[in-house]
Each structure stands twice: as structure tokens, then as C-alpha cells.
Design a protein around this ligand. Structure first.
Ligand code: ZN
Length: 444
């Protein structure tokens, strides 16, 4: 069952007016005192005994005992489950209700039955993206991992699978519903068991050059979400890995930071290092990724795999492939046992710390034309490393220094320092309300 935030349930109970809802179903409530009465739709009667109390947004039938909130009303009227009713209310899917509709779908499907697999997958990713915006706990998770950036979420269309997709498709009892579910099972969105593959996961899609979704990564953010006995912590769509995350980096820069996982790559990205991508785990240096290195004529790769045995071994294993193509290979030296995400969370300010690690990375292989002096030459350069040969326009790197202390952020812009408070109270990206004030003027 999808988990719905308590705040959202409360919001629906109090904010969606029951009286209006009842009217929209074609019933005709009449005023009686402060309340309203209506012919009860839950039992046979000639005189209305179902009372609606707008001040409390509740109903109660003195004839059959039915009663409760607007959620109870919708569940009972339409013969649907609690999460299905929440979706109906969330989407404002009002309209006349009949007995024939019991247990059927009550929300406009997000796609028709005859879509191609490619379109179906894109629609699902769009839907997951929409769900992420409705789920404060995913935003909180991203914050906790230090990658809660609206820019990241929108640019890469991050999503969340809250297991409500089924309510947004034609009923599974209809031909249309069966057809579309077969398509979605074939692309891996549904498993053979017909559970959503990425249930409870943050979902990161990978696009091809035409904006089609060719792969997706899921990271479980709620350990208590279980499907079956064996449960993955993270994983991809079934089948061969296709596509390259952040493919435009390979066109915009001839230096690439290559991570072991997408969370790490996104960590570099949010801290301003935009020429970053990731392999599919230490054994996942895919054909598409290799092609991107060749097509982009990449000159230098910073291997930023985890600093553990598997990461070191993988870095060693792939070095010859780069060397054969004249690509300089550098190994980013995180402290033992650490990955990029863990490091950025621990060492603040992260942009500076990551920058330092890139500069002091160890050369595993250098093209012959590059002599020894050039190794130290990199570290001695002024300015952000990534602009040595990158394109500043295409790869903007933040010039704002951000330091986090407790719940406050300190921003240094030029020679001024600002303090930002109240960020933790903002749980969605719809609105932003913070307290900003100059904290100090730093001395040169
Ligand atoms: Zn009744």
C-alpha cells in the first residue's frame, strides 16, 4: 500500500469541502439549521437522514450509521480503497457516481492503452516526477544526502514511485487496462508479480539524445517498504544498461568526473561540478558510456569511485581502456572507505573539499605527450580545475561559497556574508520562505 504523509491526509480531510463534493456527485443537500441533510446514498430512504456538517467537514447518517470524513465518503461511494480515494481527492476527480462504477478507476488515465513502450515509459517517469513534488519525505531524503536541489530535481527529472500508478491507468479488469499493463511490464515498470518495480524508490531516469527514457535507477528510501522476501536497496530497469546520465557533459567538456553511482555523480553536480557522470556499479562500464567518451574526445577522466577494494580494483581495471585512447586517468583519493556523497556531507564546504580532491588526484596513466611537470602543473593552476579545458558558459560552476551550520546556511558572495534561516520549514518547492540577513563583511 502506498504510504501517504499524515499531513496530506489531514489537509484533504479539512480542505476539500464535503458539501461541494456531494453536490458534484449529483446529490441535492438541503439546509437544516447550521447543517445540511441529503438523501443517504448508502441506504434506501424517502426522507433525508444523512447530515453533513460543513463546520467539521463530516457526515453522519441517522438511518444506517454511515459516517466519517470526506475520505470515508469517497471510499464508500465508489467502493475503492483508502489510497485510491486519496488519489481521487488529490486529483479532484469529481463527477456523478453510480453503482456501476464501484471498484472501477475514478481518475483520468495518464496515458491511452495503445501507446508505444517508449511513450509509456516517458509518461511513467513524468508521473513519478509529479509524485516526488507531492512527497515531502523524498525531498527530506535528498536534503539528508546533501543533494536537495530544485535545479537537480528539475534538470534530471527525479521522481518518486509511491505505488499509485495503478490508479492512473485504465482499470485492470478492462482490455485497455490489461494492454497497458502488459506494455509496462515489458519495459520493466511492473514486475511479473505486477508490483511496481521501483516501489518506495527515488527514481532517476536516463534519457537518450531525443529525450526518450532508456534506463532508470531506483534508490529505496524507505527500508520498511518491502516487495516479496528479497528486496533490493537499489537497482535499475531489467535488461542491458542503456544511455548515459548527464550526456551533455561529454559534449561540453573534455574532462569527465566518473562516479560509481548516481548519488555520487549528483553530489558533484549540485556542488557545481557539472561535467560528471556515472558507471552502473563497479562492473558497469557500459558500451554507451564508452561511446560517449570516444565521441566526446575526452582528454582526462577523474575516477571518483568509492575508496574501497571494489572501487580501487575497478579503477585499475578500466585504466588501460582509457590509456589506449590517449585519455589521462586520475584517481580521486577519498579517505579510505568513503564515497563522494559521504565525503561531501562530512567535509564542508563541500565544493572546496571536492575541488581540492580533484586537484590532488593521483595520476594512474598519462598520455606520452604529457611530461612529468604537467602532473604538478594541474595542481598549481589557479581557478576551478574544471575550467582548465572546459567551457565556462556550458558548465556553470557556482561562485557562491555555501557553508552549513546546524539549520543555517552562510553564503559568501563577493565580499559579503549572508545568513539564511528557516530553510528547514520549507518542505516543498512550491514556495520558499526564509529569513536572509547580511551576517558580516569579510575582510580581504
Ligand atoms: Zn444511510
Amino acid at each position: 500500500m502506498p504510504r501517504i504523509a499524515d499531513e496530506e491526509i489531514e489537509r484533504i480531510k479539512t480542505d476539500v469541502p464535503l458539501l461541494e463534493w456531494v453536490r458534484s456527485e449529483g446529490l441535492e443537500p438541503r439546509k437544516r439549521g447550521k447543517d445540511w441533510v441529503v438523501l443517504c446514498p448508502f441506504h434506501e430512504e424517502d426522507t433525508p437522514s444523512c447530515v453533513i456538517t460543513p463546520s467539521k467537514n463530516l457526515f453522519n447518517c441517522f438511518g444506517c450509521g454511515a459516517g466519517g470524513t470526506i475520505i470515508d465518503w469517497v471510499m464508500r461511494r465508489r467502493g475503492i480503497s483508502f489510497p485510491h480515494a486519496i488519489e481521487v481527492l488529490r486529483t479532484g476527480s469529481v463527477g456523478p457516481v453510480s453503482d456501476a462504477m464501484h471498484g472501477q478507476q475514478h481518475i483520468e488515465p495518464i496515458m491511452p492503452m495503445d501507446v508505444s513502450a517508449r511513450t509509456a515509459l516517458k509518461e511513467v517517469i513524468d508521473y513519478y516526477h509529479q509524485c516526488l513534488h507531492q512527497t515531502p519525505e523524498v525531498l527530506a531524503y535528498l536534503e539528508k544526502r546533501g543533494i536537495g536541489s530544485a535545479d537537480l530535481i528539475e534538470t534530471f527529472k527525479l521522481g518518486y514511485c509511491n505505488r499509485t500508478l495503478g490508479y492512473r491507468l485504465p482499470s485492470k479488469h478492462t482490455k485497455a487496462g490489461k494492454t497497458i499493463r502488459t506494455t509496462l511490464r515489458d519495459v520493466g515498470v511492473y514486475r511479473q508479480t505486477m508490483f511496481e518495480h521501483f516501489g518506495g524508490c527515488l527514481v532517476v531516469p536516463i534519457f537518450d539524445a531525443d529525450g526518450g527514457v532508456v534506463e532508470a535507477y531506483g534508490r529505496k528510501i524507505r527500508p520498511d517498504h518491502k516487495i516479496g522476501k528479497k528486496e533490493m536497496k537499489h537497482g535499475y530497469l531489467p535488461g542491458a544498461h542503456r544511455g548515459v546520465w548527464n550526456a551533455r557533459a561529454f559534449e561540453a567538456s573534455d574532462e569527465i568526473i566518473l562516479c560509481e553511482a548516481l548519488i555520487d555523480a549528483m553530489t558533484f553536480w549540485v556542488h557545481g561540478f557539472r561535467n560528471v557522470s556515472a558507471i552502473y556499479g563497479t562492473s558497469g562500464f557500459s558500451a554507451d558510456l564508452k561511446a560517449a567518451f570516444e565521441r566526446g574526445q575526452i582528454k582526462r577522466v577523474f575516477i571518483a569511485f568509492d575508496r574501497d577494494e571494489a572501487g580501487d580494483r575497478a579503477a585499475e581495471k578500466y585504466t588501460p581502456w582509457f590509456a589506449e585512447r590517449g585519455i589521462e586517468v586520475r584517481r580521486v583519493q577519498f579517505p579510505k572507505g568513503m564515497d563522494a556523497n559521504g565525503y561531501a556531507l562530512k567535509v564542508q564546504p563541500a565544493p572546496k573539499a571536492l575541488d581540492h580532491l580533484l586537484r590532488s588526484s593521483e595520476v594512474l596513466s598519462a598520455p606520452e605527450a604529457v611530461d612529468q611537470a604537467d602532473d604538478t602543473g594541474v595542481a598549481a593552476q589557479d581557478g576551478p580545475l574544471l575550467h582548465l579545458s572546459g567551457d565556462r558558459e556550458k558548465l556553470p560552476r557556482s561562485d557562491v561559497m555555501v557553508v552549513q551550520e546546524d539549520n543555517q546556511l552562510y553564503l559568501t558572495i563577493m565580499d559579503r556574508r549572508y545568513r539564511v534561516r528557516g530553510l528547514e520549514k520549507n518542505l516543498s518547492y512550491g514556495a520558499l520562505k526564509v529569513n536572509l540577513r547580511p551576517a558580516s563583511v569579510s575582510m580581504p
